[in-house]
Design a protein around this ligand. Structure first.
Ligand SMILES: Nc1ncnc2c1ncn2[C@@H]1O[C@H](COP(=O)(O)OP(=O)(O)O)[C@@H](O)[C@H]1O
Ligand SMILES: [Mg+2]
Length: 687
């Protein structure tokens, strides 16, 4: 790391100022109180922020200002970095605000805590020192505030030793040992736990063997039971086949019985039918007898003569009716003639004049007409008399003939009736014949049915034992099934037991495996424990001592060298005791730092400080601030000759950047660059 410049805004005696840091040696010169130390404090603040005890924010923000900042520009591994931190005055305290880090133009806004972590990273300072309030490495390798220079020498030796352990990173061996002890305690507890857990491993293994034996016995039994199950199944199957054969036969038997009862019904029907037919025949016979008897009493007449007679009578009736017509005609003609003549006579008697000629009708004439008409009347009356008689005669005859006809008609009807009866008789006879024929058929059917019945009966007889056999077969099947079930239950029981034993064995095996691996772990733990206790802890102690020795040797050599460079008086020499306390030998007498002069004290402090710087930089390899050193008033109490030694010191340091704060003008001639600081009216500035 090399510093390039810093901007201070409202920091202590500064309002707003930029200070450039060229490489090589730089002297910040100025009067006491001009603002030199402020620049170094601002650099530390930019890097690590304020710290309540060592670098409080209140000591940085300029009195009377509400806010201020520091922006530091540096170069690190070819990266151009800007770090800015802000301060703000709050109601009760001054606080750090969010700041930023710009790395090669990439800006990251960060909280103060985040910034600190990032910067530790950048500077390669051991991470485990981040959380600890003090930036020990920075303070012992780069910059020690003016007042702190002698502090480490004056400190209590235990406190110093602790601090040195921390910065040399030797502390870790102690921590490792402490942690190892905690770890060993843990291991011991774990060992106890595992020992408890694995104590019954042997027992469990025996148990496992027992299980295995039991399972193999069971398997033997299962092997012998399997053929039994198979046999039982075969028997059951056979019995089932028997049963189904019997069932087939029973089906046939039932059908036969059924057929038989159908035949019986048919037979009964036929017998009833035959009886009915016989009854019908009997009835017909008696009917026939009655009709025949009836007919035998009748005269045999086919009715031909009667028909002829009827025809004759009808002809006579026709003739007579014809006659009656003619007679009635004659009678009516005669009556008309008589009536006419009566009218003429009555008219002529009354008539005086002729209606035609209107002449008086002569009496004679009237008489002659009367005579003529009377004659006609007489003739008409004669005719009436004759025909009236004839009419009576004819009517009487007609009545007789009609009576005769009626008798003939009745006779004819009777003949028709007899004919019908004869016909009916024939029908009945035919019917009788039909019934006889039917009875013949029935007889034949009955015969056939009886044959069939006999046949079926025979078959049924043959099968009469089937049902009992079927029952027996069923009983036999049942007992075969019971046997099969019994064997299967037995087998199932064996299998279940086998399953449960197998499961138990598996879980036991698992348990044994766990215990075995626990035992392995236990062995490992015992080994680890022994290793840690007997070897590792000792090794850590040895390593610590070794490193401490090495550090001590180097530190001691450097301390002596730097001191000898600054103090040429050979009567005084320095060294480090085992606890890194500087010991001064003056004329062969050991003396304490308090007894030295101011310049001597400063020389011891500066030598110690420079030696420390080199040793830390050598031991902690990751540090990236090895090329820079800042010294604040390192020459307090130095004589003019001693000041000359500073040139040598600067040459010997071989640092790329050294910033010295001093009010000693003599030093100006030793350095590459000078920045003069001046304070006017409470405001510092670069001249
Ligand atoms: N918070 C502050 N505000 C203003 N001035 C301060 C503040 N703190 C210190 N000062 C003053 O700043 C001046 C510079 O101090 P400093 O840098 O230590 O001087 P020197 O040049 O001797 O190292 C001193 O006069 C000091 O009193
Ligand atoms: Mg100062």
């Amino acid at each position: 790391m090399l510093l390039k410049s810093i901007k201070l805004n409202n920091i202590r005696s500064y309002l707003n100022e930029k200070i450039d840091f060229p490489s090589g040696s730089l002297l910040l010169s100025g009067d006491i109180g001009s603002g030199k130390s402020t620049i170094l404090l601002a650099i530390e603040f930019a890097l690590f922020g304020s710290k309540p005890s060592e670098l409080p924010a209140s000591s940085l923000l300029r009195h009377g200002q509400k806010e201020g900042y520091v922006e530091l520009n540096l170069e690190l591994e070819n990266k151009n970095i800007f770090i800015k931190r802000n301060l703000k005055r709050g109601k009760n305290a001054i606080k750090q605000e969010i700041g930023y880090i710009i790395t090669n133009d990439v800006k990251k806004e960060l909280s103060p805590v985040e910034m600190k972590a990032d910067i530790f990273d950048l500077l390669g300072y051991p991470k485990d020192l981040v959380s600890k309030g003090k930036d020990l490495i920075y303070r012992y390798t780069v910059y020690t505030p003016q007042e702190e220079m002698k502090k480490i020498l004056m400190e209590d030796k235990d406190a110093r030793l602790n601090t040195l352990r921390k910065v040399f990173n030797i502390d870790k061996y102690k921590r490792i040992r402490e942690n190892s002890l905690i770890f060993i305690r843990g291991i011991k507890e774990k060992r106890k736990e595992i020992e408890g857990f694995t104590s019954d491993l042997g027992e469990k293994e025996k148990e496992k063997e027992n299980f295995k034996k039991e399972i193999s016995d069971l398997n033997e039994k299962l092997k012998t039971i399997e053929p039994k199950v198979k046999d039982a199944k075969t028997i059951v199957e056979k019995k089932r086949q028997d049963i189904s054969k019997y069932e087939e036969k029973i089906k046939i038997l039932v059908k036969l019985k059924n057929d038989f009862s159908i035949l019986e019904i048919d037979l009964k029907n036929l017998l009833t039918q035959r009886e009915n037919n016989n009854n019908g025949i009997e009835k017909l016979i008696s009917q026939i007898k009655a009709v025949e008897k009836e007919l035998s009493e009748e005269k045999a007449d086919d009715g031909k003569k009667i028909k002829e007679k009827i025809e004759d009578t009808e002809k006579n009736i026709l003739n007579l009716n014809e006659n009656i017509k003619i007679i009635s005609q004659k009678l009516s003609e005669s009556r008309i003639l008589k009536t006419k003549s009566d009218e003429i006579i009555s008219k002529i008697s009354k008539i005086e004049k002729c209606p035609l000629c209107l002449q008086n009708v002569a009496h004679e004439h009237k008489n002659s007409i009367q005579e003529r008409e009377n004659k006609i009347i007489a003739e008409a009356e004669e005719t009436l008399k004759i025909y009236s008689e004839k009419e009576n005669e004819t009517n009487t005859k007609l009545k007789e003939i009609e009576k005769e006809k009626e008798i003939l008609r009745k006779a004819e009807s009777r003949i028709e009736l007899i004919k019908l009866k004869i016909k009916n008789l024939e029908d009945k006879k035919n019917e009788g014949i039909k019934l006889e024929k039917l009875n013949d058929d029935i007889k034949k059917n009955i015969g056939e049915i009886n044959v069939k019945k006999a046949d079926i009966s025979k078959k049924i007889e043959e099968m009469k034992n089937i049902e009992n056999e079927y029952k027996d077969a069923k009983i036999s099947l049942d007992s075969a099934l019971t046997e099969e079930k019994k064997i299967e239950i037995e087998k199932k029981g064996l299998e279940t037991k086998n399953d449960s034993l197998t499961k138990q064995l598996a879980s036991l095996q698992e348990e044994i495996l766990k215990k075995q691996s626990a035992k392995e772990k236990l062995n490992y733990l015992i080994e680890l424990n022994n290793w840690l206790e007997n070897y590792f802890m000792g090794l850590m102690g040895t390593m610590e001592k070794h490193i401490m020795l090495q550090v001590h040797r180097e530190f001691n050599e450097l301390f002596k060298t730097w001191f000898n460079m600054m103090i040429e008086d050979e009567s005084i020499s320095v060294r480090l005791d085992d606890e890194f306390t500087p010991i001064m030998d003056q004329n062969g007498y050991e003396t304490q730092i308090e007894n030295l002069s101011g310049g001597e004290k400063t020389s011891v402090a500066l030598s110690y400080r420079l030696a420390l710087n080199k040793v830390i930089n050598d031991v902690v390899s990751s540090i990236k601030t090895k090329e820079i050193l800042m010294l604040d008033e390192p020459t307090d109490g130095f004589s003019s000759e001693q000041l000359d030694k500073i040139r040598e010191v600067l040459d010997q340091l071989k640092m790329k950047q050294v910033i010295i704060v001093s009010h000693e003008t003599k030093i100006e001639s030793f350095v590459d660059n000078i920045v003069r600081i001046q304070k006017d009216e409470h405001v510092s500035s670069v001249v």
